[in-house]
Structures are given as structure tokens and as C-alpha cells.
Design a protein around this ligand. Structure first.
Ligand code: PDD
Length: 290
């Protein structure tokens, strides 16, 4: 089956898809994106992903080119056309194509919309069984990290550091010593008295959709969830650690900067949260989560 992507309302073969070099996404990273998971051909928690996409567009002054219903239809059609069973749907909107100029282009310039799918083992991830290593690195990003900006250079560099260290993720650390989040995930620790800790929402981090679902699932189980800052040292000394994202769900973090967390294996509470999330994902209906 040949790969089909979505460009400005049309479903086209990947080989034929292109965006002009004057696209503001290419020149200025002037755009936003979102990523939703697909399990058994169904989108997971998709309404929340689309709500964030539309909010991010509003925050940078781009009118959403589609309604939530239209976005959902396009995503579903893309999943079907690519025969995607497990993986990701990527959606990107930029401020469109215009002669290079920092200021916004005229209103007649329409946003560029690109969507594609990627096959990926998420529920069936092998890494989730052993757990992932994490390194820490300074957070070099701008001050509106709540916007899912396509300007990802700091995360690209952080991730490459992780790859060089032979691990899966980098946790970024503010100058004050507190962890912000992963290069492409939300960071969590579990204290020795069983409290699930993650950084509170603010402009310093992306409001993770998986984060929200995991917190809700934990609370439904009567588990203690605490939103507060934590340091690298506290994370290394925690009972368990994990990170969440649409592309990893709940991923145990078993080492931090080479130091084992707990016994260096995925912890019981992390495994329980992953199982709860997988159950939720399996029960999900496209665009209509819980
Ligand atoms: N990244 N923080 C950052 C910086 C992220 O890039 C992501 C997701 C998350 C987790 O958000 P969510 O649970 O909504 O996926 C947190 C996606 C998967 C990516 O860029 O591919």
C-alpha cells in the first residue's frame, strides 16, 4: 500500500507531496503541530489533541482551517487510506506561503496544513518491558513551551544527546535545577511513599494529553497525585520514574544519568499506570474518548 499524506485538503501520494520553500513553517518555524496515537486503527484521546491544536493555533493568531469534526474526518480518512493499525497521526499547521518577511502575511494567505501517519509500536513497545534510560540536559527553549511549536531545535539537540548516551529520552532541566519535561514527553516520579509527582502546568511545559489522562486514571484508582516541582536528585532517589506521551504512552524510566531509579527495573505502580492507560486506549473510539 503506497503512503498517502494530506496537504491542504488533498490526499496525495507521499512522493508527489510538496510545500513551497517560502512556507513560513520552513523559514521561521511559524506554526504548530500535534501528534495523536492510533491503536487498533482508532485514534486515542483525539478530542483532547484537537482541542490543544486549536488552542495553540489561537495562541499564535492562526485561524483553524477546519472544525473539530473536519479535522477528525481527515485524520480518520488518513488512517484508513494508509491501513494504519498502530502508530501516530501527525498534524501541522503553518502561517502559509508568502515572500519572506517577519510580520504576518496578508489575511488572504491561507495556512498550510500537512498531515501524515507513521507506523509505530506503542502499546506493543518492547522498550516498555525493560524500561528506558533517561539523561538530563539544560532546557534551552523559549518561554511559551505550552505552545506545541514546530520550532524544536532545542529538543532535537537534547534527543541527540540522549542517543549519544545510548538512552531513549532526555529530561530538560531549568536553571533553578528543577526538571521541566522530556524532549518529547512529560516527566513523572513516584516517591517512596507512593505519591505520583509531576510538574504543574504553566508556560514552562507542554500540557501533555497523556499526562492528563494518566493523572485522571491514577486519581480514579485512589492514588495520590501531586503537582509540584522536582529536581534531578529527587528523581534519581525516587522509588520509580516514568514519562508519558502519545508516542510512548506510559514509559518506565529506569536510569537517570546512568543512576538506577529504584531497583533499575520498571516499577509496580508505573506498570499499573501503563496497563490502565492501555485499557483506556483499547476502549477508545475515534475522536470520542471517555
Ligand atoms: N511530543 N512535552 C513535550 C515537549 C512533547 O513534545 C510532548 C509530545 C509531550 C507529551 O504530550 P502528549 O502526551 O500530548 O503527547 C510533552 C510528541 C509525541 C512529539 O513531538 O512527537
Amino acid at each position: 500500500m503506497s503512503r498517502i499524506v494530506f496537504v491542504n485538503g488533498a490526499f496525495v501520494p507521499y512522493e508527489e507531496a510538496s510545500v513551497p520553500i517560502m512556507d513560513r513553517g520552513f523559514l521561521f518555524a511559524d506554526g504548530i503541530y500535534d501528534v495523536a496515537a492510533v491503536i487498533d486503527g482508532k485514534l486515542v484521546d483525539n478530542e483532547a489533541h484537537l482541542a490543544r491544536l486549536v488552542r495553540c493555533l489561537r495562541d499564535i493568531g492562526i485561524e483553524s482551517p477546519y472544525t473539530i469534526e473536519e479535522w477528525t474526518r481527515h485524520e480518520e480518512e488518513l488512517v484508513t487510506r494508509n491501513g494504519l493499525s498502530e502508530g501516530l497521526v501527525y498534524m501541522q499547521v503553518t502561517r502559509g506561503v508568502f515572500e519572506r518577511d517577519f510580520a504576518f502575511p496578508p489575511e488572504s494567505v491561507k495556512p498550510t496544513v500537512v498531515m501524515f501517519t507513521q507506523a509505530k509500536s506503542i502499546a506493543s513497545s518492547k522498550l516498555a518491558k525493560t524500561g528506558a534510560g533517561v539523561i538530563t540536559t539544560p532546557d534551552l527553549r523559549w518561554k511559551r513551551r505550552d505552545i506545541k511549536s514546530i520550532a524544536l531545535l532545542a529538543q532535537v539537540l537534547a534527543k541527540q544527546e540522549a542517543v549519544r548516551a545510548g538512552v531513549a529520552e532526555a529530561w530538560m532541566v531549568e536553571e533553578d535545577g528543577y526538571v521541566t519535561e522530556g524532549a518529547s514527553s512529560t516527566a513523572f516520579i513516584i516517591t517512596r511513599d507512593g505519591r505520583i509527582v509531576t510538574r504543574p502546568l504553566s508556560n514552562a511545559i507542554l500540557p501533555g494529553i497523556t499526562r492528563r489522562a494518566v493523572m485522571r486514571l491514577a486519581e480514579e484508582q485512589g492514588l495520590a497525585v501531586e503537582e509540584r516541582l522536582f529536581t534531578v536528585a529527587e528523581a534519581q532517589d525516587a522509588a520509580e520514574a516514568f514519562f508519558t506521551s502519545a508516542s510512548a504512552f506510559v514509559m518506565p524510566a529506569v536510569t537517570i544519568d546512568g543512576k538506577p531509579v529504584g531497583d533499575g527495573k520498571p516499577g509496580p505502580l508505573t506498570k499499573r499506570l501503563r496497563a490502565l492507560y492501555l485499557d483506556m486506549a483499547a476502549a477508545s473510539n475515534s475522536g470520542n474518548m471517555r
